[in-house]
Design a protein around this ligand. Sequence first.
Ligand code: FE
Ligand code: FE
Ligand code: ZN
Length: 277
Amino acid sequence: MLNIGCHLSSSKGYEHMGKEAVGINANTFQYFSRNPRGSKAKAMDIPDAQALVKLMKERSFAPLVAHAPYTLNACASDQGLREFARNAMKEDMANMEYLPGNYYNIHPGSHVGQGPEKGVELIADTLNQVLNPSQATILLLETMSGKGSEMGSTFEELRAIIDRLEVPEKVGVCMDSCHLYSAGYDIVNDLDGVLDKFDKIVGLERLKAMHLNDSMMPFDSRKDRHEIIGKGTIGLAAIENIINNPRLKHLPFILETPNELPGYAEEIKILREAYGS
Ligand code: FE
Ligand code: FE
Ligand code: ZN
């Protein structure tokens, strides 16, 4: 079965998201771990989290993805901003213990002029303070488009971060189809070549989830604008190829397309029909 879902609003709680996912024929989903502006997280509602765990078990859900706010920058030049990011990530990972076996996805960060080497060093330092061997959650580094001084737009940068980690077994990667294409990885014409490269540099065993988005921007544009599936520069055929690729087809796929629930339901329907079991 295709594991697919979309980004949902967490404003009505965990179990509500689970029911919303069921309602659009999804068996996974993503939500923001806290307000996108990165302020204080709501107190963890433990009974609500347990209700979601139960629902996910009953409905055989694939792992879900909690997405950290975009504003957290693990490699900011300002120490206070780095500490803020680290503390928020620590708190989010602690909350994830109530949803064991799922994923916590972060944007690696932006080096803001310090250079990518410094970026790698600061991100790894932050993660080394966030991760510990007893956690029931894998933290995912998202592949980025490379806009501005964004880190993580090359597989080599992801590898360099992972190489500096004290508990690398707690880290995986979430590919984003829009970001890959914008970063110059040609998933339209050479998906297998891109996967070979990823396997050689990072290792396919690290790949845990995929954001499935079409793109408004051309190949290698280093711009990050998601488009509805089939309406962008990647196109439906390439996206159908992604979900059916033998090296990818088991992953949880998360739609982050510009849609409300009915649009997501439609995309899920199309992609389920295109999935060869
Ligand atoms: Fe993201
Ligand atoms: Fe994404
Ligand atoms: Zn994006």
